[in-house]
Each structure stands twice: as C-alpha cells, then as structure tokens.
Ligand binder design. Structure first.
Ligand SMILES: NC(=O)c1ccc[n+]([C@@H]2O[C@H](COP(=O)([O-])OP(=O)(O)OC[C@H]3O[C@@H](n4cnc5c(N)ncnc54)[C@H](OP(=O)(O)O)[C@@H]3O)[C@@H](O)[C@H]2O)c1
Length: 215
C-alpha cells in the first residue's frame, strides 16, 4: 500500500471550487484542513467525505481579519501541511465606480494580502523540508483585464505573477507552485457579486464540478 500524500490546507473550502478541491484531494488520499468562515458548510463538506478515509479538520477564519489570518499562518507553520490551496476569493459587487474604500480594501485583503501571506508562510516551511506545493487559484481574467473590473482581474494577475516568481526562485528547493486560471465557473461567487455568468462567452465557462486538478 502506498504512503498517504500528506495534508492539504484549502482556503475557501466551504463551497464552490474549494469544496471541489476538498473532494478531489481527499479522494487522492490527502488529509484536509478546511478554512472558511461558515463552519456548518465546512461540516457538510466533511460529512460528504465520510468514508473516504481522510482526517478532516475545520478551521473557521475570516481571512480579511488580522487575527484569523494569523491563526491560519500559525496552522500552516506547524509543519504537517504539504499542500496549500490558496482558493478563497471574492469579486466586487458592481463596478469600480460603484465601490468605496471599504469594499476595495476587503477584496484586496482577501484576494491579495491573505494568499500572499499564506504562500510565504507555506513556502518557508516547504523550502525548509525540501518539499511541498502551493496552488494559487488565479483566473483567466488575469490575462483579460478588459473583460472585468480591474481590481478583481488585477488581484488575479498578482497571483499569477507571484506563482511565476515562486517557481523561478524556489522550484530548485523542492517547492512546486501552480497557478490555476479557471474560466467563468458556475459558483456562488457570481450571485454574491450580483453578476451574471451567462453574460460571459460559453468558451470561457465551465461548471463547478468540471474543475480539473492537474499535477
Ligand atoms: N467562479 C468563477 O467563475 C471563477 C473563475 C476564476 C477564478 N475563480 C476563483 O476561484 C476561487 C473560488 O471561487 P468560487 O467561484 O468557488 O467562489 P465561491 O463559491 O463564492 O466560494 C468562495 C469561497 O471563499 C470563501 N470566502 C469568501 N470570503 C472569505 C473570507 N473573508 N474569509 C475566508 N473565506 C472566505 C467562501 O466561504 P465562506 O463564505 O464560508 O467564508 C467560499 O468557500 C476564487 O479565488 C475566485 O476568484 C472563480
């Protein structure tokens, strides 16, 4: 029997793409640390995976809050995590012109500050042991700023840039970094931001369950 691959910490694991990662990784033998704000929904994800054989831990955290983000950094730094999936993210409700400082700061905190800090914490731990992986969920919009508001697409460009830089600097030290650029995917992100997924061309779209995990 082959050894289990380790423990994956997934942010935004209470629904959408993050819950699909939880499902796929558990079925590949990973133990999981699920991170999001909604405990009940993470428990539902965990319940669906009963019988798969993975240990599943739930860590409730609002990644836009300093104390919660620090707690997730501390969990990552405990030394038993081998894979970080930086997935939690949001989109603005309305356009750049319709949002104020609080909303812009919040999306930057969730889409840029949190994944950058978690990637840095994971990278330090993984480089020390000479192995580990970081998956950053970017977006196809990182390459198409004209199609969306630039705060969201810019946050996704940031993750693509960060991933490329991490690969360039640390792949030789055992750190594998992957940027994932999903097309429009039918999840609650659209509803939460009051936008219509069907306004996107079909060739840019997919269903939540079609998210591939490539490695
Ligand atoms: N859907 C798309 O078309 C699409 C396309 C390309 C890229 N993406 C990216 O894919 C990732 C996942 O998005 P999704 O479509 O699956 O969206 P989703 O269904 O809205 O899920 C977002 C996840 O992030 C969590 N989250 C939101 N705010 C949070 C906060 N402040 N602190 C901690 N967790 C928080 C949510 O959980 P709680 O509410 O429980 O906290 C949820 O688990 C995002 O980074 C998004 O930008 C999505």
């Amino acid at each position: 029997m082959s050894a289990r691959p380790g423990t994956a910490l997934i942010t935004g694991a209470s629904g959408g793409i993050g819950a699909v990662y939880a499902d796929r990784l558990a079925k590949r033998g990973y133990d999981l640390v699920l991170v999001a704000r909604d405990r009940a929904r993470m428990e539902a994800v965990s319940d669906r995976l009963k019988g798969v054989g993975s240990k599943i831990e739930i860590l409730v955290a609002d990644l836009t809050k300093e104390n919660d983000l620090s707690a997730v950094e501390a969990r990552l730094g405990m030394g038993d995590i081998s894979l970080l999936v930086n997935n939690a993210g949001m989109s603005l409700k309305g356009s750049l012109l319709e949002n104020g400082g609080a909303e812009i700061s919040k999306i930057i905190a969730l889409n840029i500050t949190a994944p950058a800090r978690l990637a840095a914490t994971a990278a330090k731990a993984f480089v020390k042991t000479g192995q580990g992986a970081v998956i950053n969920i970017s977006s196809v919009l990182a390459l198409a700023p004209e199609r969306y508001d630039g705060v969201y697409s810019g946050s996704k460009s940031f993750l693509l840039n960060l991933s490329q830089s991490m690969t360039a600097h640390y792949s030789g030290q055992g750190l594998y970094t992957q940027a994932v650029l999903p097309g429009a995917t039918r999840t609650e992100l659209w509803e939460r931001s009051g936008k219509d997924i069907d306004s996107f061309p079909i060739e840019m779209g997919s269903e939540q369950e079609q998210c591939g995990i490539v490695r």
